[in-house]
Design a protein around this ligand. Structure first.
Ligand code: KIV
Length: 268
């Protein structure tokens, strides 16, 4: 069991604003772990892995096998944050039996502590079934990237009153079904706050303004590793991309000028 549990995360609501983030490999998970037990309550192996690690332009191609693989990699190094894995596109859209089996694989083979899935009322029966089986579930509303084809891209959702009302009903339905937390992505700040006030479980925002209980950012975005488009909400908290380029340049030059390897870096 990891240090952070659904109960501890739920208890943060209304008390402490918290930061969470995505992660896809053991090296990065070890860095997160080194930040201390209390630092990050939740780490997500998101299907954003399709874009951040696999180079696709959406999460749609990510398979369940790939999610299990990345979750397992993270699980080996993660002891403190609750480890949540995404049910990828195609693993639950064709039926709840598929979704249930997919979640079992992420728990049993991936060593996740829970799963996240996208959608509102539509996914309530599956959420109920997972929760009844003892699997913690995190909801995901608003800009749901697995619907990017239907949405015509990655577009802010809930701008008109009808759509906003629908999202509020969805959030309440997910809470009633037993979700321990809900991710709200790509919604206007005012709606992010309203959703947060509408439920008793923590709402974790990404591009949802400052009024949510927690925030989540993608590892590559927040550390400045994303080479190309970075969404407006993704503040750079570091610039490891530039640091990597500098290090690669130094390595290249040291080999070229013969200063690497030195005596001390060679065997007698
Ligand atoms: O896949 C992902 O990384 C996500 C987060 C952006 C919330 O769903």
């Amino acid at each position: 069991m990891r240090f952070w549990t659904p109960t501890k995360i739920r208890a943060l609501k209304g008390k402490t604003r918290f930061a969470t983030l995505t992660c896809y490999d053991a090296t990065s998970a070890a860095i997160i772990e080194a930040m201390g037990q209390e630092a990050f309550p939740l780490v997500l192996v998101g299907d954003s892995v399709g874009m951040t690690m696999q180079g696709h332009d959406s999460p749609l191609p990510v398979t369940l096998d790939e999610m299990v693989y990345h979750t397992r990699c993270v699980a080996r190094a993660l002891r403190s944050p609750m480890l949540i894995a995404d049910l990828p596109f195609g693993s639950y859209q064709a039926g709840d039996d598929d979704g249930f089996r997919a979640a079992l694989r992420l728990i049993k083979e991936g060593c996740a502590d829970g799963v996240k899935l996208e959608g509102g009322e539509r996914v309530v029966p599956l959420v109920r079934r997972l929760v009844e089986a003892g699997i913690p579930v995190c909801g995901h509303l608003g800009l749901t990237p697995q619907s990017c084809l239907a949405m015509g891209g990655f577009k802010v959702q809930g701008r008109d009153p009808e759509a906003a009302k629908r999202l509020i009903l969805d959030a309440r339905a997910l809470e009633t079904a037993g979700c321990f937390a809900i991710v709200a992505e790509g919604v206007p700040s005012a709606l992010g706050r309203t959703l947060t006030e509408a439920v008793h479980v923590p709402v974790i925002g990404i591009g949802a303004g400052a009024g949510t209980d927690g925030q989540i950012l993608v590892w590559q975005d927040l550390l400045g590793l994303t080479q190309g488009h970075r969404p407006k909400f993704a503040r750079l908290f570091g610039n490891l991309g530039d640091a990597a380029k500098e290090a690669l340049g130094a390595y290249h030059d040291a080999v070229a000028d013969g200063s690497f390897p030195a005596e001390s870096e060679s065997y007698a």
